[in-house]
Design a binder for this molecule. Structure first.
Ligand code: IPM
Ligand code: MG
Length: 357
């Protein structure tokens, strides 16, 4: 079959990791007889430099006219001082908003073969750690009213956290559907002891949960959730949360696996369309050195095949290839602990691609 995939390399390590993601997808194309048409689009700081905006209209058009988007990473110190409206991150936020990608899935798996790189004591990882953070992605404080002013010579600034019932229902339903296909345990994370928006969130999730009798639904305050993740990460199956808590919780969760370089993500809406990216940033400090871990991007490409193109067998074969390469002891620098075989970004991409069957 023929598939159209928009590709945004972005900044920092973005181009390096995307090259490896594409390498693996091309291999899938050969082995399973699919034709992927990769359509490159500018985004982030790269687009600011070339076009003066972090998300040119033509990039958005390319994304809209594709079945999925594969994105590297955006941002870097070079653009730290540009106006907030044209920061690289703004391009990413606009992409999410314009494409209506309200649900962000961030699966967290501790691989048996690299368990020892986790900063957690090994006995905390005795039970299997396998959960997914479902983060609301197009609402809340990221998109609420904001402003700055100077009153009597004193500066002030504000950002509003606001959620509508409709926004909470659609993400809640998505998370409950996912939980009902997994171990049927959902923990909704909020700050309902303080925030009005969280109290609405909680009441709507309670209401929705009546339609999912088979899913056990619990609520947890975000501060407690941050602690529980370190104390006993295996208790989680699906973590549902708002935009900003999800941003923070998912970075914390990634470290349980030992490296943020291992975590993929999918940003979805209610049809098959989606955008796929590693959860890590553009890592300008290691860009161009050939040492970045491409696994988060390769696993994002796998999620793309599964969620947007319905190619489950192909997605399984990428996941399996990653596991095999790790079991054989190959490690990029971020997951190297003194033994095994240290490899570069490109070598890791080659190894995974060669293990695709
Ligand atoms: C993420 C990132 C983004 C976010 C930034 C780059 C705007 O941290 O995807 O988690 O905050 O959503
Ligand atoms: Mg983040």
């Amino acid at each position: 079959m023929d598939f159209k995939i928009a590709v945004i390399k972005g900044d920092g390590v973005g181009p390096e990791i995307i090259d490896e993601g594409i390498k693996v997808l091309k291999k899938i194309g050969e082995v399973y007889n699919h034709k992927f048409e990769f359509r490159y689009a500018l985004g982030g700081g790269d687009a600011i430099d070339k076009m003066g905006t972090p998300l040119p209209e033509e990039s958005l058009d390319i994304c809209r006219d594709s079945q999925a988007v594969l994105l590297g990473a955006v941002g870097g110190p070079k653009w730290d001082n540009v106006n907030g409206d044209i920061r690289p991150e703004k391009g990413l936020l606009r992409l999410r908003e314009e494409l209506g990608l309200f649900a962000n899935l961030r699966p967290v798996n501790v691989y048996e073969s690299i368990k020892e790189i986790s900063p957690l004591k090994i006995d905390r990882l005795k039970s299997k750690v396998d959960f997914v953070v479902v983060r609301e992605l197009t609402g809340g404080i990221y998109f609420g009213e904001r402003g700055t002013s100077i009153i009597d010579g004193v500066s002030e600034a504000y950002d509003v956290e606001k959620y509508t019932e409709k926004e909470i229902r659609r993400i809640g339903k998505m998370a409950l559907d996912i939980a009902s296909r997994r171990r049927k345990k959902l923990i909704s994370v909020d700050k309902a002891n303080v925030l009005e928006s969280s109290r609405l969130w909680r009441s709507i999730i309670d209401d929705l949960s009546k339609e999912y009798k088979d899913v056990e639904v619990r609520h947890m305050y975000v501060d407690n959730a941050a602690m529980q993740l370190i104390k006993d990460p295996s208790q989680f199956d699906v973590i549902l949360t708002n935009n900003i808590f999800g941003d923070i919780i998912s970075d914390e969760a990634s470290m349980i696996t030992g490296s943020i370089g291992m975590l993929p993500s999918a940003s979805l809406r209610n049809d098959n369309f989606g955008m796929y990216e590693p959860i890590h940033g553009s890592a300008p400090d290691i860009a161009g050195k050939g040492i970045v871990n491409p696994i988060a991007t390769i696993l994002s490409a796998s999620m793309l095949l599964r969620h947007s193109l319905n190619l489950n067998r192909e997605s399984d074969s990428i996941d399996k290839a990653v596991q095999e390469v790790l079991i054989k002891g190959y490690r990029t620098e971020d997951i190297y602990e003194g033994y095994g075989i240290k490899v570069s970004t490109k070598e890791m991409g080659d190894l995974i691609s060669n293990h695709i069957k």
